[in-house]
Design a protein around this ligand. Structure first.
Ligand code: FUB
Length: 474
């Protein structure tokens, strides 16, 4: 958010129709939508689907301010091709609001979906946080409260009450973070998800926080990604912003700043959300890259996000291609971490733990999350997962190791399962891909088994290796 003057209120209730027709957007590239402009994306995974909730930038060319009146929904089952569901909420959703459908986020709770929005209320002050509720990720959504959840009159609220992010911990406690103008704020939510439970606190350690917080948890560690606009390694001009991040061992902090995860983008504002989908982490953000784009005509992009073994995040590579398709066709649950791995052979200096330690390799030579290799063995070798009880599996994803020395990409591979008396190829399997620098997905008819095996055949004169092997629940 760069505009510091109060935006013009659009007056009484805008009975905005849920404009624009829902339909396939079918983009497998960044930006994911070019038919219109989108901003402030908030991803949410429900079952096999990733939803992205985003505001719509309607500013005409030359209009030097935000013009935003509705929030839209897109969805994907592979994080590459997107379906446009149109506008599912707008300023008219909140009878007490008048303008500025700014950043929002949807959070499940009580079997419903709560859509927390930045919106310009008609009362005193400027921006407020409203909350709508719906019975499904696509709504229909209605005002859940009949007034703002956060406003300028909320004790200890931010200098600019925008950009809500809601995170629900494993114990069911939901936390609201929000804020702009360098003022991050946090509060617990009551189980009804529409009232604060306790005071508004000022989180500590979010170094150079400017706006746009996004909270998530990975391997027991809390992460906060947020926009900063400092010139201490973030941006060269504070008109722009990067995404810094911090981690904490408890949901209200204190936070430890970890660095920049997303550099400056082509729009002045920088707003991102992070989500895990089908075993892969993604960052969803906006830029000005669509034709005719600009600071008030932004567009949503999706790219892969990679973690190091110590939990730090690697800087995002901003692409125009977007991520490769990551099809679901199952629950999306990766069963590999709960399996015991075994192998026909592992080199003493390599590590079988690599295959199911949850690493997200940056390329096939990336040993930062360990590597499994079977040099000097050649021919057919295998790695296997064993579960104490039978699992229903219908998809695997393999990231091959290639050290550019004795270990090379395999000549071929096959997925097999234990039938109870023998190993057999999983039925109906798609090609067992052997490409480097990517995840190779193989789908098959679901098998119910306690043992799944990846049979790997090397090229002549080479051994083989694996950086990560995921097995997904059907
Ligand atoms: O889209 C309006 C504002 O710009 C958002 O609320 C901020 O996060 C920034 O992206």
């Amino acid at each position: 958010m760069r505009i510091r003057s109060r935006a013009t209120k659009l007056g009484a209730v805008l009975a905005l129709a849920a404009s624009a027709v829902a339909g396939p957007t079918a983009s497998a590239a960044n930006p994911i939508v070019t038919a219109y402009y989108t901003a402030d994306p908030a991803p949410l995974v429900v079952g096999n689907t990733m939803y992205v909730y985003a505001g719509r930038d309607e500013a005409p060319v030359g209009h030097d301010n935000f013009l935003m009146r509705e929030w839209r929904v897109l969805s994907s089952t592979d994080a590459a091709t997107w379906t446009d569901h149109g506008a599912k909420a707008n300023i008219g959703t909140f009878a007490w609001a008048g303008a500025d459908a700014w950043a929002s986020e949807v959070e499940p709770g009580n079997g419903k979906y709560y859509w927390y929005t930045s919106v310009n209320g008609n009362g005193p002050g400027w921006m407020d946080i409203g909350v709508a509720v719906g019975d499904s990720p696509l709504g229909p959504f209605r005002d859940a409260k009949g007034g703002p959840l956060i406003s300028d009159s909320t004790p200890n609220s931010s200098g600019l009450n925008i950009d809500p992010t809601v995170f629900t911990d494993d114990d069911g406690q939901a936390y609201l973070y929000w804020g702009g103008y360098w003022g991050a704020r946090a509060a617990k939510l009551k189980p009804n998800m529409i009232e604060l439970d306790g005071p508004v606190v000022t989180p500590q350690g979010l170094t150079d926080f400017w706006e746009a917080p996004w909270m998530f948890k990975r391997n027991g560690l809390y992460y906060m990604v947020y926009a900063a606009n400092d010139t201490n390694g973030c941006v060269t001009s504070s008109s722009y912003a990067c995404q810094r991040y911090a981690t904490a061992t408890s949901p209200l902090g204190p936070w430890t700043h970890r660095g920049v995860v997303l550099d400056q983008v082509s729009s002045t504002t920088n707003h991102a959300g992070v989500v895990q989908f089908n075993g892969q982490w993604y960052i969803v953000y906006h830029n000005a890259n669509a034709p005719g784009g600009g600071n008030f005509r932004r567009s949503v992009a999706v790219d892969l996000l990679h973690f190091n073994a110590d939990g730090t995040m690697r800087k995002v590579v901003q692409t125009t291609t977007g991520p490769p398709p990551n099809p679901s066709g199952g629950t999306g649950t990766n069963l590999a971490p709960s399996a015991t791995a075994s192998t026909s052979y592992v080199s003493p200096w390599e590590n079988l733990a690599a295959v199911n330690n949850g690493g997200t390799p940056a390329n096939s030579a990336d040993r930062s999350n360990l590597a499994y290799g079977n040099w000097p063995e050649r021919g057919t070798q295998w790695v296997e997962y064993t579960w104490p009880t039978a699992k229903s599996v219908n998809r695997v994803s393999t990231y091959w190791f290639d050290d550019d020395q004795g270990i090379d990409l395999p000549a071929s591979c096959q997925v097999q399962y234990w039938t109870g008396s023998a190993y057999a190829p999983v039925p109906g399997q798609s090609a067992c891909g052997v490409a480097g620098n990517t995840s190779n997905t193989t789908t098959f008819s679901a098998v119910n088994t306690t043992r799944l095996r990846l049979s790997i055949t090397s090229k002549p004169d080479f051994s083989t290796g694996v950086l990560e092997w995921q097995a997904f629940q059907a």
